[in-house]
Design a protein around this ligand. Structure first.
Ligand SMILES: NC(=O)c1ccc[n+]([C@@H]2O[C@H](COP(=O)([O-])OP(=O)(O)OC[C@H]3O[C@@H](n4cnc5c(N)ncnc54)[C@H](OP(=O)(O)O)[C@@H]3O)[C@@H](O)[C@H]2O)c1
Length: 313
């Protein structure tokens, strides 16, 4: 089958190329899915920006297909839960096994959810891990109607769902995103919007019941000053602030552990129910055919994106 491969000797988007690898055979508990669309995320951005051949060789030596953590497609084998022909979405395991930017992926059935009739492959691919990470973070922060929620990095692939889900829960959402994303973030449910280029986190004067950081820049030490007395700092990069996470153990203000290594049927089903109810909508910045994959990877590293870049097969 055709798959997106990485040449560790090349730089930027030039390192990606289409090659041929064996079509995967589903193991016990897996089904084979013909991939129709893949969304690019911070994971692919990391590979695009990594121009160190030694680092790239280390990161790619264990598997053939290293890219594609969120996808949609058609089931092409019969499993226990899913059968041939069903339209599904999901996200393979972050650290184990092959990823999805290929013609086919073999994936555990408990990572998948069936698409509703009116949701296309391109939109569905933009949902799985971004929306599940947002949902998991907000499940930990448990905002109630009227609570104030600040989303930093709101214009990215997780942020656009954090804004929508928090708004659907009735929270008063403040979003910090890219310069041009303001009007769209308001449409998605933010009441107040700032551009991170004009307003930094330190500039904000309010306090928040939850701060959700997708920019990877905030630490508990600075966030705690802007949290309400029992507020929550949702940090999706906890490894970057271990001292802060430890300090929160002695504070009323909490830093829950958020780690979504793969999608889960239960969370994906909740997300699709929200889509069907009109509470969240997939946010797609651009769609590129697989033949234009270098443009897709280049776009991914440009600032001012809103939501996901999707590659269609
Ligand atoms: N814990 C988990 O299980 C889990 C799961 C998924 C993702 N993640 C992590 O979540 C983070 C976000 O992922 P993503 O896919 O949403 O990435 P993304 O699409 O690149 O989003 C990051 C956003 O942050 C914005 N940003 C950059 N600098 C900023 C600043 N100083 N202040 C405010 N916003 C700023 C970016 O804007 P520009 O585009 O203008 O630069 C972009 O919109 C990544 O660090 C990723 O590794 C964790």
């Amino acid at each position: 089958m055709e798959a997106m491969l990485i040449d560790a000797t090349k730089k930027g988007a030039e390192k990606f190329h289409l090659g041929t690898v064996p079509t995967p055979r589903p193991a016990e508990g897996e089904v084979l899915v013909e991939v129709k669309a893949v969304a690019l995320s911070a994971w692919e951005k990391g590979f695009t920006q990594d121009d160190d051949p030694r680092s790239l060789t280390r990161r790619t030596r264990r598997r053939a297909v290293n890219l594609g953590l969120e996808f949609s497609g058609v089931v092409r084998s019969d499993g226990r839960r899913f059968t041939h022909g069903q339209h599904v979405m999901g996200g393979p395991h972050l650290t184990k096994g092959e990823k999805a930017l290929a013609q086919y992926v073999a994936i555990r059935e408990e990572y998948l959810a069936e698409l509703p009739d009116n949701l296309g492959f391109l939109e569905a691919a933009a949902l799985p891990i971004g929306a599940e990470t947002a949902l998991t973070g907000l499940d930990k922060a448990t905002p109630r109607p009227g609570d104030s929620v600040l989303v930093v990095g709101a214009s990215g692939g997780v942020g656009v769902y954090a804004v929508q889900i928090a708004a659907a829960l009735g929270a008063d959402v403040t979003a910090i995103g890219g310069r041009n994303s303001g009007p769209r973030l308001k449409e998605l449910g933010a009441r107040t919007v700032h551009s991170y280029r004009d307003t930094s986190f330190e500039d904000l004067t309010g306090t928040y019941d939850a701060v959700f950081d997708l920019s990877g820049r905030l630490r508990f030490g600075e966030v705690r000053k802007k949290l309400s007395r029992c507020g929550t700092f949702v940090n999706v990069n906890p490894h970057k602030d271990l001292a802060g996470t430890a300090a929160s153990l002695f504070s009323k203000r909490k830093v829950p552990f958020v780690y979504v290594p793969h999608s889960s049927t239960a969370a994906q089903t909740r997300i699709l129910d929200m889509v069907v109810r009109g509470e969240i909508t997939p946010v797609v910045e651009a769609v590129h055919d697989i033949g234009r994959f270098r443009t897709a990877f280049t776009d991914l590293t440009h600032n001012e994106r809103l939501g996901k870049i999707v590659i269609s097969y």
